[in-house]
Design a protein. Sequence first.
Length: 121
Amino acid sequence: MSIELNHTIIWTTDKAVSAQFLGGILDLPVGEQTGPFLPIQLSNHVTLDFADGAPVRPQHYAFLVNDEEFDVAFGRIKEAGIEYWADPGHQRPGELNDRLGGRGVYFSDPDGHNMELLTRA
């Protein structure tokens, strides 16, 4: 049996703001609204479905990217003045990590979801 993650819902206080924020960092277009969801399609056929719902409990979302994608996305994070950390607990501000010989960074979205970009899993 082959099991694949198809989609996940990211609860937000404003799905348009949150979808545009992450889509801008990852250079991915925000799709057309489908029912209550505003989707972003990832390259591995997984959809992030942004939906309004309060209260929002922050979650963790990690995105495996190649080195070039990391450089571009990290450049957008810095250019936008978004705070970033080398660790999930946000104890090392303004740093990247080098776990497994790659690079990683954590940053928060508008609702406090802990987003991660990493080049090695």
